[in-house]
Design a protein around this ligand. Structure first.
Ligand SMILES: N[C@@H](Cc1ccccc1)C(=O)O
Length: 498
């Protein structure tokens, strides 16, 4: 019998009495596991071997599991603290004595009664007399897994997996055994047939392709997973947002990430002593100030700050300095771009009606948490027209968010120094049901528009791209999407649907 080389090697290595795993066969024949698997399936189809498949689960401790392995499970620590304090103590005391911190406290409380350690009630923790922390089967299972032993109790493993203390990986283990026909074939003698598994330029030019024997495709064979490059979810959202806004008749703005405070704040009637303009909130840059601010506009802006606009307008009566306005910082919002465009200094057409947007990075000295990053994307936009009112603003958002499957945007009155009225926008997180802030908006005040020389209405907004992505992907922590903690599996596999 003539067979391809890998099949011959496999027949000669496999046994009729013991099942040999693909992994063993691969190491003995010096072939790749996927080549062995493929040869095994081909031989099976010829009736020369049988292939057994078994799913093997390997459980390993997660980082959290490792922590508890050393420090003890939170509920066990709480129990020991309560027992050592006499069996019934105030919650604060028990937690203090146990040394539990942050989320560990909730974890301890969530598992305490379930595992029979006692009762938590009315601010008191009692320790059950029958409980034995040394016999905690979850702790024992963690120790066994850490020692390389297996845990056979499927329910127990399942509980640990749900607590995210262990990660279970499933792999299919295949093993090969010679059939009687396989043994007979071997005894009668098998020879290697030259087969070719891919067409090469050489085969084509030499004409050899006409004589060679091609091996068949086996779509069941295991193959290494290939992770191709992929568009990041945030980039994907940014592009989609652009498409939607262009579809709604908007044109795109662009401009500097580092800009004069004049464009970032002064044009927006943000007083120079506003808290957001202190070094706490602002990323100031140690570079020479901007030299070429438009003179007439600077004067009008200064005038608005000092005296207000209109007949009974009033200014801030606080210091205003041009040097302060010229200093450069990373923009904390892209409303700086709206100012550049609305002022006519961006070479764009500004005869009403007009609609402009940008999807660009902004920088804020915030505290990093589940909903805040230090740099994030803002979806900036404005509409300029003769007669605009609040329903136009709300309708625009409803229309925009509907494109992403978000139908329940809510509005809350808000305050911005540059808009009146102002509204914050909220959406509902699909997983937690929590209300999260997704944007800020309003109608620009006369104090902003008059110095810019605009005589009609302008409604404007800044929406957070990352928050939109949290609503569409269900990500509960913004850091799962972006930054060093981002979950690679999520980024590889997330299906973005809207
Ligand atoms: N600049 C505001 C958003 C906004 C833009 C324009 C008008 C009103 C609000 C922010 O960053 O939150």
């Amino acid at each position: 019998m003539r067979l391809p080389q890998a099949q011959v090697a496999l027949l000669e290595t496999a046994s009729a009495t013991d099942a040999t795993t693909v992994e063993q066969l691969a190491s003995e024949t010096d072939l790749k596991p996927e080549t062995v698997t493929r040869a095994a399936f081909d031989l099976r189809d010829e009736g020369l071997v049988t292939v057994d498949e078994r799913v093997e689960a390997t459980a390993t401790l997660t980082d959290e599991g490792e922590t508890y392995l050393d420090a003890g499970l939170p509920e066990v620590r709480l129990f020991r603290a309560a027992r050592d304090a006499g069996g019934a103590v105030g919650m604060g005391e028990a937690i203090g004595a146990s040394g539990l911190e942050g989320p560990e406290v909730d974890i301890a409380l969530a598992n305490y009664a379930r595992k029979g350690y006692g009762v938590v009630d009315g601010g008191e923790v009692s320790a059950s007399e029958d409980a034995d922390p040394d016999a905690d089967e979850e702790a024992a299972a963690l120790a066994a897994l850490a020692a390389g032993e297996s845990v056979d109790d499927a329910d127990l493993l399942d509980r640990l997996e749900r607590r995210e203390l262990v990660a279970v990986d499933e792999t299919t283990v295949r093993s090969v055994t010679l059939t009687d026909a396989g043994v007979t074939a071997l005894m009668e003698g098998v020879e290697t047939a030259e087969t070719v598994d891919r067409l090469t330029p050489e085969l084509l030019t030499s004409g050899e392709w006409e004589d060679v024997e091609f091996s068949e495709y086996n779509v069941e064979a295991d193959a290494p997973a290939v992770e191709g490059g992929r568009e990041h979810v945030l980039r994907n959202h940014a592009e989609r947002v652009k498409d939607v806004l262009v579809g709604m008749g908007f044109r795109e703005m662009d401009g500097p990430h580092a800009d004069a405070d004049f464009w970032i704040n002064d044009c927006l009637f943000m007083p120079q002593d506003h808290p957001a303009r202190t070094h706490w909130d602002r990323f100031a840059l140690d570079v020479p100030p901007v030299a070429d601010l438009p003179e007439g506009l600077v004067d009008r802006v200064e005038h608005a700050h000092r005296d207000g606009v209109g007949e009974d307008g009033d200014g801030y009566h606080s210091p205003w300095s041009e040097d302060f306005a010229r200093a450069i910082a990373l923009r904390g919002h892209t409303t700086s771009l709206s100012m550049r465009y609305l002022s006519g200094h961006a070479d764009a057409d500004i005869d009403p009606p007009q609609r402009y947007f940008s999807v660009e990075k902004v920088y804020r000295n915030d505290t990093l948490d589940a909903t805040h990053l230090l740099e994030f994307f803002q979806i900036e936009g404005w509409v300029m027209a003769e007669e605009l009112s609040v329903p136009d603003l709300m309708g625009t958002f409803e229309e925009f968010y509907r494109q992403f499957g978000i139908e329940d945007v809510r509005f809350k009155p808000h305050y911005n120094p540059y808009t009146e009225p102002s509204f914050e926008l909220f959406g509902t997180h699909p997983e937690t049901g929590e209300e999260i802030e997704i944007g800020n908006s309003g109608m620009f005040r006369d104090e902003v528009l008059e110095p810019l020389g605009i005589e009609c209405d302008v409604m404007a907004w800044g929406l957070a791209l990352e928050r939109l992505a949290m609503l569409t992907t269900g990500a509960e922590d913004i850091r799962d999407l972006h930054g060093t903690l981002a979950d690679l599996d999520f980024l590889r596999n997330a299906e973005v649907t809207y």
